[in-house]
Structure formats: C-alpha cells, structure tokens
Design a protein around this ligand. Sequence first.
Ligand SMILES: Nc1ncnc2c1ncn2[C@@H]1O[C@H](COP(=O)(O)OP(=O)(O)OP(=O)(O)O)[C@@H](O)[C@H]1O
Ligand SMILES: [Mg+2]
Length: 209
Amino acid sequence: MRAGKFITVEGSDGAGKSTQIDFMKHWLTERDIPVIQTREPGGTEVGELIRSILLNEREANFSDGTELLLVFAARMQHLDERIRPALRKGCWVVCDRFTDATYAYQGGGRGIEEERIAVLERWVQKGLQPDLTLFLDVPVEVSLNRARLRGALPDRFERESAGFKEAVRTAYRNRALADPGRIRLVDAGRPVEMVRQEIEKILAGLIEV
Ligand SMILES: Nc1ncnc2c1ncn2[C@@H]1O[C@H](COP(=O)(O)OP(=O)(O)OP(=O)(O)O)[C@@H](O)[C@H]1O
Ligand SMILES: [Mg+2]
C-alpha cells in the first residue's frame, strides 16, 4: 500500500532538472502536499558515498558491469531507507534521476543489454515504478552549454564524448516513446517559464487522480 506519489525527473546534464524540481517542490508544498526531494545516485549516506565513487573518480578504471552494479546498489539503499518509507507515510517523493537514467547511461551510453538492466530492476524495485516521470529533453549542444555556464568541474559522465551523450538522449527518447503513460517528454529547450507551465499542468493532472 502506498499513499504518496513517486515522481522522477530525467534528462541530460544541464537539461534543467534541478531548476524544475525546485519549482515542483514549491508547487506541491503550497498545496499542503508533503514532499521530499532526493536524487540518484545518492539520497542516503551510503548512496552518496557510492555517488562520489561513480561521479568523481575521474581517473579510475570502471568496467561497465561495475558501474551498473554500483548504480543499483545505491538504488537498493535509497528505496529501502528513504523512498518506500516516505511513500508509505503518504509523502510524495520527487527524485532527480532514477532507473530510466540507468537505461539511458549504462544501457544507451555504455551499451549494456537492456535485459541485464531489467533483471536488476526487477530484483531491486520489486515492481515499484514511478507514478510519473518527466523527461526534460534538450539537444546535446544545449545541455553542454547550460552545464558549461553553470561552471562546475565536469563529472565522469560529463567528460564523455558527444557520441555517448547522443546515445544517452536517444535511449531516453526511446523509453519515453515506449511508455508514454508514465514518461512525459517535455521539450526543455524552451525558456524556463514555458517548461515550468507545462510541468504545472502535468502535476495538476496528477493530484486529481
Ligand atoms: N529552460 C532553460 N532555459 C535556459 N537556461 C536554463 C533552463 N533551465 C535551466 N537553465 C539553466 O541551465 C543551467 C543548468 O540547469 P540545472 O542545474 O537545472 O540542470 P540539471 O538538469 O539539474 O543539471 P545536472 O544534471 O548537471 O544537475 C542553470 O544555469 C540553469 O539556470
Ligand atoms: Mg541538477
């Protein structure tokens, strides 16, 4: 039994996830809907340690399988310690990236077969899926420019080639096309305010359900 709704926000680096998540949190809070904001990889003490291995170890040599298992190790902890308990209490959860990112980065980007990811997904999530996923879609050049403007040191994924980033975007788009009931593709190349308005409409539809 779960009472809260589980919303995930996906998209490339610099697509505008953090910007829109801030807005979503405000929007829900104004309507007295209890909400926690969290992120992947991370969201728990152990998960954040795994995150720093995955993102910050710029010189380390990872095999693709190691990367995939670390992502799901963090996710297991996140679901057990944070996401499921919040949903059970009736709290909504807004999560910056989740398993669609694994299909996009480790599947599309690294080339790991979908079925291998799906096996871990079934084990770790035990049927739990987001109620709604917002995929903020932007062309690769736009996401690169926005990430550059923000100015932080690029992480291990941001340092990947343009080809890797195109493959990530393609995988995200294919998932959105395959599951339009859960995943809403939002054109995030538009100004912040226009993206915000579209997200507001989608959220309004969700609180009526
Ligand atoms: N629709 C938009 N139009 C123009 N600039 C935007 C838009 N959305 C966000 N930005 C700007 O782009 C930069 C990146 O945005 P943001 O941090 O929200 O992206 P992100 O998806 O969270 O990135 P990351 O995956 O790296 O955390 C910020 O400087 C932000 O102000
Ligand atoms: Mg962000």
